[in-house]
Design a protein around this ligand. Structure first.
Ligand code: UN1
Length: 511
C-alpha cells in the first residue's frame, strides 16, 4: 500500500501527459483556476479561465460554424467523427491515465471511460448514414408525405467531474454528425482532461481539412457563471447538462423560458432488488461493482439494496466481508478497486449521511476515513454498507459517495413500492431467476427508471442504448438508440405531384 512517504511526481507526470496530448503549456500553468488531484490532494496545475465575454464570442463562432456545417453532407460529417475515434484510440492510454490522475478513477475505469468515447464515435459514424426520416401514407391522391431531419444549431454541454470526458463525447459525437457545433463547459474540478480532449479533437479537425469551420468545437473553462452564459444564450438551442438535481432545477426553467431544449442528466438514487431465486454469487459481484466502483461517484451507482428475507442472511454478511476487504487506496497502485473521493465536500456529505443512519439505529459497516495516502487533502474512505431497519432517512436521497443502504423486504410488491419511492429515476436492477418477477420489474408497473436491468447492476451501461432517467433525473436521453433526435429538428414535408389541390380533412375552398 502507498503511504505518505511515497515521493509524488504527480504534477510532473500530469505536465508530461498534457504535453504528449498536445495541450499548450500556457493553458495549464499560471492560470487563475487551481486544479487539485484527488489522488494526493496536491495542486497539479493552474488553468487559464474563460471570461464571460470570451464565452459569448465562442458561442458566436459556433453559431457561424453551424451555418456552414449544416450544409456538409452527414456522411462526410461522420468522417470527422471517425477521425476523432482514431485519435482517441491513439491517445487512449494517456487520456485514460489523465482521467485517473485528475478524477481519481482506477486505471481500468480511466481507460474504460476513453473506450466509451471511442464506442460512441463508432456508433455516430454509422449513424451519419442513418439519420432516417419516415415516409408516411397520405390521405391525398398523388401526394407524398415524409419527414426530414435537419441540424438544429449550437449544442451546449455542461458536464460533471465523475465522467469528465465521456459525457462530452456522447453529446459531441452525435451533435457533429447531426450538423451541430458544440461548446463545452466541463466541471471546474476536471479542466485538464477537457483540455486534453479538446486538443485531441482539434487534431481530428486538422486532419479532416477545410470542410470543418472554425469554432466547430469549443471549450469554456470556468465556474458556474460561464455555464450560465451557455444556459442563457439564445444561439444555443439545445443544452445537455449533467450534474445534481439542484443544478437542474436552476437550469431547466431558464431553458424553458427561452424554449430551448434541455437534455438533463441529473441525480440518481439507484436500487437493486435481490429476490429469493437470485444467483447470490453473481448478485454479490454485480452489487460490489455497482455500489463501490468509481468510489460510489457514478450517477448510476447502486445506492439502495432490497434483499428478500429468505436470502438476506446468506447474502448480507458476505457483502459486509467484501466491504471490509476491498482494496481502497491510491488508484496508481496495482489492485486498488476503490480510489479517492473527489474532495472534502464529498467526504463531509458521506459522514453526515452516515451520522443520520446511526441516529436511526442502523448498523453501519465501514465508512471511515483511510489515512496515510497523499496529503491531508486527499479523501479516501472505506465504502459503507448500512443495514437499515426501514426504507427511510438518507436512503431517500442521493449522497455522492460509496454508501449502500440495505433493507430487508418480504413481498415483491413492497420492494417495487420502495424502489420507486424516491425522487430520482435513473437506473435500477433486479437479481432473480424467476421470469415473472423479471418481467414485472421491467413492465409498466415495475421500475420507474430510464434503465431497468436484470441480473446486472444498475451502473456501467453500454453506449448503444439511450442513457438517462425520469423524474428528478431530468428526463434527458443521450448516447445510443434514437437519442440523436434531440440534436436535430424534424420537418414534415408534403409534396403534391398532381394538378389538383385536394385539401386535407375534405375541406373545400373553391375560389
Ligand atoms: C455518469 O455517472 O454520469 O452507465 C454516467 C454508466 C456509465 C455512465 C455513467 N456508462 O455507469
Amino acid at each position: 500500500m502507498p503511504n505518505a512517504s511515497t515521493p509524488s511526481s504527480l504534477p510532473t507526470e500530469v505536465a508530461e501527459l498534457l504535453q504528449r496530448l498536445g495541450v499548450p503549456r500556457d493553458a495549464y500553468t499560471g492560470g487563475s483556476l487551481p486544479v487539485r488531484s484527488p489522488v494526493t490532494g496536491e495542486q497539479i496545475a493552474a488553468v487559464a479561465e474563460t471570461s464571460t465575454a470570451q464565452a459569448a464570442e465562442a458561442i458566436g463562432r459556433a453559431h457561424a460554424a453551424y451555418l456552414t456545417w449544416r450544409n456538409v453532407p452527414a456522411p462526410r460529417r461522420g468522417e470527422l467523427v471517425r477521425l476523432l475515434g482514431e485519435e482517441l484510440r491513439l491517445h487512449k492510454a494517456d487520456l485514460g491515465r489523465l482521467v485517473t490522475l485528475e478524477a481519481g478513477k482506477v486505471p481500468s475505469e480511466g481507460a474504460g471511460e476513453v473506450q466509451e468515447m471511442i464506442d460512441i464515435c463508432d456508433f455516430a459514424v454509422g449513424l451519419s448514414r442513418q439519420l432516417y426520416g419516415l415516409t408516411i401514407a397520405t390521405e391525398r391522391a398523388e401526394h407524398r408525405m415524409m419527414e426530414t431531419w435537419h441540424p438544429l444549431g449550437v449544442v451546449g454541454v455542461i458536464s460533471a467531474f465523475n465522467f469528465p470526458v465521456a459525457v462530452w463525447s456522447w453529446n459531441a459525437a452525435l451533435a457533429l454528425v447531426c450538423g451541430d457545433p458544440v461548446v463545452w463547459k466541463p466541471s471546474e474540478k476536471t479542466p485538464l482532461t477537457a483540455l486534453a480532449t479538446h486538443a485531441i479533437a482539434q487534431r481530428a479537425i486538422a486532419r479532416f481539412g477545410a470542410d470543418a469551420p472554425e469554432g466547430l468545437l469549443d471549450l469554456l473553462i470556468g465556474q458556474r457563471d460561464i455555464g450560465e452564459v451557455l444556459v442563457d444564450d439564445h444561439r444555443v438551442p439545445v443544452l445537455s447538462a449533467t450534474g445534481s438535481t439542484a443544478m437542474g432545477r436552476q437550469v431547466a426553467p431558464k431553458l424553458a423560458a427561452r424554449f430551448a431544449r434541455a437534455i438533463l442528466e441529473l441525480g440518481g438514487n439507484n436500487a437493486a432488488i435481490v429476490a429469493p431465486s437470485a444467483d447470490l454469487d453473481l448478485a454479490l459481484r454485480g452489487i460490489a461493482f455497482a455500489a463501490m466502483g468509481t468510489a460510489g461517484q457514478r450517477c448510476t451507482t447502486l445506492r439502495r439494496l432490497f434483499v428478500h428475507d429468505s436470502v438476506y442472511d446468506a447474502l448480507v454478511p458476505k457483502l459486509a466481508k467484501v466491504y471490509a476487504s476491498v482494496q481502497v487506496g491510491d488508484p496508481r497502485e496495482a489492485g486498488t478497486l476503490v480510489g479517492p473521493l473527489i474532495d472534502r465536500a464529498a467526504f463531509d456529505g458521506m459522514q453526515k449521511a452516515l451520522g443520520e443512519c446511526r441516529e436511526l439505529g442502523a448498523t453501519v459497516h465501514g465508512g471511515q476515513r483511510v489515512d496515510g495516502i497523499g496529503t491531508q487533502d486527499a479523501y479516501y474512505v472505506r465504502p459503507a454498507l448500512v443495514e437499515l431497519k426501514s426504507h427511510a432517512g438518507p436512503a431517500l436521497r442521493e449522497t455522492f459517495a460509496p454508501i449502500l443502504y440495505v433493507v430487508r423486504y418480504a413481498s415483491f410488491d413492497e420492494a417495487i413500492e420502495w424502489h420507486n419511492a424516491v425522487g430520482a429515476g435513473l437506473s435500477s436492477s433486479i437479481f432473480t431467476l424467476d421470469m415473472r418477477e423479471a418481467e414485472r420489474f421491467m413492465s409498466a408497473a415495475g421500475s420507474d427508471c430510464g434503465i431497468a436491468n436484470v441480473n446486472i447492476g444498475p451502473s456501467g451501461a453500454e453506449i448503444g442504448g439511450a442513457f438517462g432517467g425520469e423524474k428528478e433525473t431530468g428526463g434527458g436521453r443521450e448516447a445510443g438508440s434514437d437519442a440523436w433526435k434531440a440534436y436535430m429538428r424534424r420537418a414534415t414535408n408534403t409534396i403534391n405531384y398532381s394538378t389538383a389541390l385536394p385539401l386535407a380533412q375534405g375541406v373545400t375552398f373553391d375560389i
